[in-house]
Design a protein around this ligand. Structure first.
Ligand SMILES: [Zn+2]
Ligand SMILES: [Zn+2]
Length: 136
């Protein structure tokens, strides 16, 4: 988005809507209090909104800058520590790795990788090159 496109929808009306939006939704939806929301994020596809809908901030999600950035990268804030972001598609975890290894299942997984460190490295490097190698 260029500077100009940004300015084109920063109308007084948008400014006002934005102010009201943050009055109603002061905190980042993922972090919660006391992390202030600063970005009204449109969950809809960008092209699907009319200028009026866009300016009205209807259905927007209040994000802080970091969460908005993470959301664009398809990451989620860890609901346990609210400190780290994680990729929900990787390993189907619902929390960051640090919190995951503290759970019962996470302990088992971490323990396995600790005992098979080679497997983890090889898996990361190349999923297919483990054949023919003997690992203990
Ligand atoms: Zn946040
Ligand atoms: Zn965490």
């Amino acid at each position: 988005m260029s500077e100009q496109t940004i300015r084109s929808w920063q109308t007084p009306e948008w400014q006002k809507n934005r102010e009201e939006f943050f009055k109603k939704n002061p905190w980042c939806i993922w972090h919660g209090e006391p992390v202030k929301a600063t970005v009204p994020h449109h969950p809809q596809k960008l092209g699907s909104l009319s200028q009026t809908e866009y300016v009205s901030l209807k259905g927007c999600i209040p994000f802080c800058k970091e969460c908005n950035w993470a959301n664009m990268k398809k990451l989620k804030l860890c609901p346990v520590c609210k400190d780290n972001y994680f990729n929900p598609k990787r390993g189907k975890r619902k929390m960051c790795w640090n919190c995951f290894v503290k759970t019962d299942f996470g302990k088992v997984v971490a323990d396995y990788y600790e005992k098979h460190p080679k497997e983890l490295t090889l898996k990361k490097k190349n999923e297919t090159s483990t054949e023919g190698r003997k690992m203990k």
